[in-house]
Design a protein. Sequence first.
Length: 337
Amino acid sequence: MSNHFTGLSLGPPLGDQRLDLCDLYAFQSPADPSRTAIILNANPSADGFHPDAIYRLNIDNDGDCLTDIAFTYVFSPVVNGRQTYSVFVAKGPESRSAEPVGTKVVSDAEVSFGAVPNVVRSGGYAFFAGSRSDAFFFDFDGIKALYDTRGGRNFTAPHLGGKSPWTGVDSNTEANVGSTAIELPTSELAGKPGVRIWGRCSLRRDGKLLHVDRAGHPSVSSFFNTDDTKEEYNASEPVNDRTRWLEMFIHLMGHTGNYTREEAIAAIDAHALLPDMLKFDPTKPAQYPNGRVFTDDVINARLSFLSKGDIPPDGLAPHTDTLRQFPYLGTPHPAKS
């Protein structure tokens, strides 16, 4: 849930866990390197998806930071513990519509809430939606210890000479998440050779479509935003990120890593953080920042970036319950009594 604990105090969008985008992954299929898997997780409660929400994967394949391919999931209400979903695929200018448009490739498929995943195949695509074991690993108490509660955004230790904040405890070993997964022929991405991917969750309310969350680079939104900026950030489009958010990123990096303005811009560009879209070149092995796999320690990567290398690794190991077959995330953990 690398985007879940934004600002440490700000809760889920509109107070609803179902609208909370958690993690975005992109990697080559372990079984068939000619295929690409893209996973967008939401709802850390894993109790279903919002029936008035639109969950969308956006793919830019020509470098203009505008959507060229969109996969859109929409869901029914949960009734007697059951929920269904449909998927639309749109390409070209049509894919930039905020509405579910394009070709319906899945119609009223069952959302999986049990151990056996319901995989739906349509043409060359494979789809999944449902509860799975969360692969994200992090030391939440350690992250909280890094923050100066008086200043809000400054790291106190070890960046200012204090002891290591890490507890060595993974806060997410028994967590589930609502997952939407797609696997498709890599040739369908039509990248030259790479693509940029980002997720969006929108909610239909009072006749309007509100953009309430988005996901791109892991933990960028979590650490760069404040409670005052998160809602605007979520509603904005990646194509506008550099113009709107560059100065905020530079300011924060000056506090967390003593970056000069020139150093901050160079680091942002080297890591391709703005626009906030996950880059993936399928001709190269997937490992963040080229896509993202379950073993990537994205918290270490982000904190090292923010502190200019001063914050040591947390020492945690990746989860071992992931699968080598679609939908790749492991069997959901039993509900706690």
